[in-house]
Write a protein of this length. Sequence first.
Length: 526
Amino acid sequence: MSILVGVLLVLADAAVVPLLGPRDPSPVFWRISVKSYRPWHPEQSFLMPPSPNDWLPEGHLVYFILDVVKALDLGEITRAVDARDARGEKPYSPVMMTALLLYAYCVGVYSSRRIERATYEDVAFRVISGGEHPHFTRIAAFRRRHLDAFAGIFVQSIEVCREAGMVSLGLVAIDGTKMQGNASKHKAMSYERMGEQEQRLRVEIESLLQRAEEADQSEDNRFGASQQEEDLPEELRRREGRLEKILAAKHALEQEALQVRADTLKERADVQERKAAQESDPTESKRAATRARKAREEAQALEKRRDDDDEPPSHTGDSTAGLPTHRIKATPEGKPHPKAQYNFTDPESRIQESGGVFLQGYNCQAVVDADSQVIVAQGVTNLAPDNGQLVPMLDQVSQTCGRAPQKGLGDAGYWAPDNPTACEQRDIDIYISTRRARHGNSPADPFDGDSPRATMEAKLSTSEARALYASRKAIVEPVFGQIKEVRGFRRFLLRGMRKVAGEWSMLTATHNLLKLFRNAPLAAQA
């Protein structure tokens, strides 16, 4: 009888173990439980090779990226890889490397070191890399070498979205966002301050050399002349190195100023030549032709002053997307303006204002289709104002999509008197705010007269136009929020206009691919 009671007590106690929590597992009777668990054997090897298709759920972003990459034309990347020296270590598949970068940018992993680590630790990255683990230096080198090709991938992303019925070009909105570059505004210096620092450093270097000479003479008098040349003092080397950098920066600004002034004179000559050809008065025509000739002669003289070994500054003229870029102010003599800035870390970046905050970076542009927030044109410039970017960006839409949009929306930053006429010539019905409106304030009185500003004000005064313009924020501004906030991209990793433009192409291309991925059921129905 006592044995039976003991067994019942053990069984009863075992039944309440899950309610009371775990106990000391050492006694045998505490391991009696009615609860069973799934088998778990982390040290057991697989009897058959596992399939990567079983590692992630069906419909995962990885499988979508793999399918898309197989459909993309990667000929430019493949040809560049094949053209490299065949000796040495075998290269990774360019298709795999492209898919790896595209997926990384989709999920907000931008550092090459983090991408390499993810190929070991993240199942999705292991699947897309096929079990390969490229070193972070090779990932960074692949991205750097093929930045121009990613602009072509952006265009292909638009084509894929168009085939899915996600782009209509009935209504587009344009906007820009200021993005921090891989540089600090505290590493910039004006041309005027460079001159001041040059003089100060020269005086300090001269003083240090004099002190060193006096110390050497004193030691020679005490110990005798030494045949061994001593190293320069660290303080002297540091100042000489800084002086060398300042002189190089001054030279770069001076060369850029010469080019800017020469380009300005050429533009002036073009205007005068057109005036001479159109002028009916022979005297005025002759005067215009004379002004054009003198301007060209002055431009040629300035170009001769440039160093033959120096290429024209890369941060003048047009960007890779055809957008106008920042040009420093130059005096009539072809010298830099005293306030002209040069950044020692990334010379092509410029000071940008964003929400009252000044940063050293770039102005990133995007034109977004209203249907599914697909980016149909993109570009990067270091010019802070937006008004010069409107027409080039709309022209890019026509190039990438084969036709111009029917209607376009732009905020007050894109207003310029010539922009409405330029859009009308391209058969684009444009709506641009002519002035910034503060939140909570009543609308300002419209302009009087028949000026371009007054005409646009009258166009925006109707209830239909106001409702259409109000949709601009919901079309384009969430795109920058998704890139900056959701995907966490707030600073470029690379330096220089071309490399930054390549990074922006990757960001905008993966934005479009994510839109296609999330609208896949809708696209399938279409």
